[in-house]
Ligand binder design. Structure first.
Ligand code: GDP
Length: 489
């Protein structure tokens, strides 16, 4: 396709921005770190714990510049982008450390600037600015739409919705779809109804029980200030992937709105945020996917491949000429590892590694280094060996959040319980194989109908030698080392 006027305009804007960023970077070394993951993956908790640890002094033995004492101090500064909300760090820390509850997660993009004074290995004093950009993973999964026509997207979305277990959830929408005449006159009411049923289907897929990950367009589930606008009121039609819409038809109306969605939502996100990132961490709630069974895990695998493809968007599309992906490190992190005994942490990493493996080669080819880690940004549990009959089982101790239930018992939020989370299989492959591998992976021991891990309250606070609060974590320092360790040499 020859570039359109819109494309050329876009190019000009992108390169102007890149120049501006480059100029600033010369005087003031800056790393823009993207933190993403699907809703509830753990972004808010991760950023809060990371910043708290750097400002107030965490325990980070594997984060070399910190452990060797070369980081003199870290402080917050006003974030540079006027149009982006600031990450509500203070509110989130207060929730975690004073109120002992998980912070409210946000559904929008936000940003925080952290300035780190450090000493280089050769002794010179330097400053690194770390701009942390928190954005919903759902937005990232929209990027591949830039390279797809409405007809291609429709065909793919329909094919996916006919697979198990989605087909069941899509029944009402499929029924309505069968009554639509794509080539008939455009019809606002029919479009509204189809968009609503399609959105209901997407939302049902997101239900905890199914934990499906691959659900573009992302803004349908998080509309924000675009709720009800035409750009969010469209749905797939059963039309040929290479067909062309007759003018004035329902189909043509859907195409128009699909293109509006790309213009209003996807392109600005790509240009203003994604294209400016240097490093990226993708948080993945793999344990929820395990709990939901092999389909959710395969779906997660497909979503991870989709995410990795995003780092190559711009290679095959109109942006190819000017946009060399700046992102040179991508870390995939399985969050909430504190729900497992440490014996299973390496196994959790292995599962994630396997899930990204097939797609990782492609992104690496584009110049980005990729790593995988299982972490808990805030560790809410302790470990203990608990006797059960003659056996001693590796168990975890934590305080279930108020209102959590297991085996018919409701918790008050003050009682600590020991649970045996079950082991992940030593061979990651078996998790992708069938239902059997999931047996025993229920933290409550309440039976197989209970697909959820217990939600624990954040931990009671620990204090370091100076009386400063310390948030316990698992492998957060390893994540830091990979993401910025090399920039603090
Ligand atoms: P976001 O939507 O990606 O910002 O997700 P949040 O950071 O708000 O996390 C969602 C929920 O996951 C929290 O309310 C906690 O219940 C849980 N969670 C997140 N991180 C951790 C962690 O490190 N350990 C534990 N035990 N739970 C976590």
């Amino acid at each position: 396709m020859p570039p359109t006027f819109q494309d050329i305009l876009e190019e000009a804007r992108l390169s102007a921005r890149a120049l501006l960023d480059y100029g600033e970077h010369l005087f003031n070394p800056t790393v823009r770190l993207g933190v993403t993951g699907l809703s509830r993956a753990g972004k808010t908790v991760f950023i809060t714990a990371l910043v708290h640890g750097l400002i107030r002094g965490g325990r980070f033995p594997v984060f070399e510049p910190y452990a060797s004492g070369r980081i003199a101090r870290a402080r917050l500064e006003p974030q540079p982008d006027d149009a982006v909300p600031r990450f509500a760090y203070e509110d989130h820390v207060r929730a975690l450390t004073e109120e002992r509850r998980w912070p409210n997660s946000t559904v929008d993009i936000s940003e925080l600037r952290l300035v780190i004074d450090y000493q280089r290995q050769n002794g010179a004093d330097r400053t690194l600015t770390l701009d942390i950009v928190d954005y919903p993973g759902e937005w990232l999964l929209d990027l591949p739409l830039l390279d797809k026509t409405y007809e291609q997207w429709s065909a793919e979305s329909l094919a996916l919705s006919r697979e198990k277990p989605r087909a069941h959830l899509a029944a009402a929408w499929h029924a309505a779809l069968a009554g639509l005449d794509a080539e008939g006159r455009e019809d606002e009411q029919a479009t509204l109804a189809a968009a609503k049923l399609f959105t209901d289907y997407l939302r049902a897929c997101r239900d905890e029980r199914f934990a499906m990950s691959l659900l573009p367009p992302g803004r349908f589930l998080m509309p924000g200030n675009l709720a009800g606008s035409p750009a969010l009121t469209f749905a797939p039609l059963d039309v040929p992937a290479d067909g062309t819409a007759p003018s004035g038809s329902l189909w043509a109306m859907m195409v128009r709105r699909y293109e509006a969605y790309k213009d209003i939502v996807v392109r600005p996100f790509f240009r203003d945020h994604f294209a400016r990132l240097d490093r990226q961490i993708v948080l993945v709630d793999a344990l929820s996917a395990f709990n939901s069974g092999p389909e959710a895990l395969h779906d997660l695998e497909a979503a991870l491949a989709g995410i990795l493809d995003c780092f190559r968007v711009g290679r095959s599309s109109f942006l190819a000429n000017l946009f060399r992906p700046r992102i040179d490190r991508i870390l995939f992190a399985a969050t909430k590892a504190d729900h497992l005994h440490h014996q299973s942490h390496d196994r959790l990493e292995a599962v994630l590694r396997r899930a990204v493996a097939s797609a990782a080669g492609r992104a690496e080819a584009s110049g980005a280094a990729i790593d995988v880690v299982a972490l808990a940004a805030v560790r809410a549990t302790r470990e203990a060996m608990v006797a059960r009959g003659r056996d001693r089982l590796p168990s975890i101790l934590g305080t279930p959040a108020p209102g959590e239930t297991a085996g018919g018992e409701a918790f008050d939020g003050n009682t600590e319980v020991a649970t045996f989370p079950g082991d992940l299989p030593a061979d990651a492959g078996t998790l992708f194989g069938g239902e059997d591998a999931f047996r025993g992976l229920s933290s409550t021991g309440a039976g197989e109908s209970d697909f959820r891990f217990l939600r624990f309250r954040p931990p009671a606070l620990e204090r370091d030698g100076d009386g400063e609060p310390v948030l316990p974590h698992i492998r957060l320092d390893r994540a830091l080392q990979f993401l910025i360790g090399d920039r603090l040499q």
